[in-house]
Write a protein that binds this ligand. Structure first.
Ligand SMILES: CC(=O)N[C@H](C=O)[C@@H](O)[C@H](O)[C@H](O)COP(=O)(O)O
Length: 224
């Protein structure tokens, strides 16, 4: 097992992302957010975009999971080999990529992408939207598989909280592969539950680092 993957076992990964046009969207700001999360106990930081990866890598000691989003539908999380290589070059210790079975913009298969990244020495995390995606990722020898895209690709219902069912299926089927639970973990209890169900680690984004969403959750309680 790679020592970086070993290092995050049992821990909380915090995703620090601001979306296009948002007030906090600045690499310096995301680096500050990442430092704050590290002080709070994050075992790794997940972040988006080459500038954010570089800024955060320069400020935190914990491993950085890098992605590069291009657009917001279809294959948009680190969609091509080029995007993934750039994330690694920017300093990501682990690169997360779209692991769906949809056609990739550069025409490579998922397996070809992973193979090329492994030749470069990159640790690859598969952002899956279904069990079939996870199977493909494991068949390709991916280092880490994750529930990240569950509820976002049309293959699975978007659950209110984390997709416990998919997590369970992945943990049961692939006992030798680290399975991360990511997506809609909104409370410490949900975090504890995904770990109890066998997640290697869990990624929390919105509930920790997206104040506009958190404010909306509170504000919504004031309306009818
Ligand atoms: C589907 C998609 O694009 N997910 C993205 C992946 O990086 C992020 O927008 C999420 O914030 C992240 O996965 C963490 O999940 P949550 O914010 O629900 O804790």
């Amino acid at each position: 097992m790679n020592p970086i993957i070993e290092q995050i076992k049992g821990g909380l990964v915090v995703s620090c992302q601001a979306y296009p046009g948002e007030p906090l969207r600045h690499p310096e700001t995301m680096a500050q957010m990442a430092m704050a999360a590290e002080i709070g106990g994050a075992v790794a930081i997940r972040c988006q975009g080459l500038a954010d990866i570089a800024a955060i890598k320069g400020q935190v000691k914990v491993p950085v999971i890098g992605i590069w989003k291009e657009g917001d539908d279809g294959v948009y999380i680190t969609p091509t080999l080029r995007h993934a290589r750039c994330c690694a070059a920017a300093g990501a210790d682990i690169v997360a990529i779209d692991a769906t079975r949809r056609p990739r913009p550069d025409g490579l298969t998922y397996a070809q992408t992973v193979e090329a990244l492994h030749r470069d020495g990159v640790i690859v995390m598969a952002d899956c939207g279904s069990f079939a995606d996870a199977q493909q990722a494991v068949d390709a020898g991916t280092d880490i598989i994750s529930t990240t895209l569950s509820g976002y690709t049309g293959e699975r219902e978007k659950t209110d909280g984390p997709d416990f069912e998919l997590l369970g299926q992945m943990v049961d089927a692939f006992p030798d592969v680290p399975v991360l639970c990511e997506g809609r973990i909104h409370t410490p209890d949900q975090l504890a539950e995904v770990m109890r169900r066998g997640a290697w680690a869990a990624v929390v984004g919105t509930a920790i680092t997206h104040p506009t969403s958190i404010t909306r959750w509170f504000a919504a309680r004031l309306k009818g």
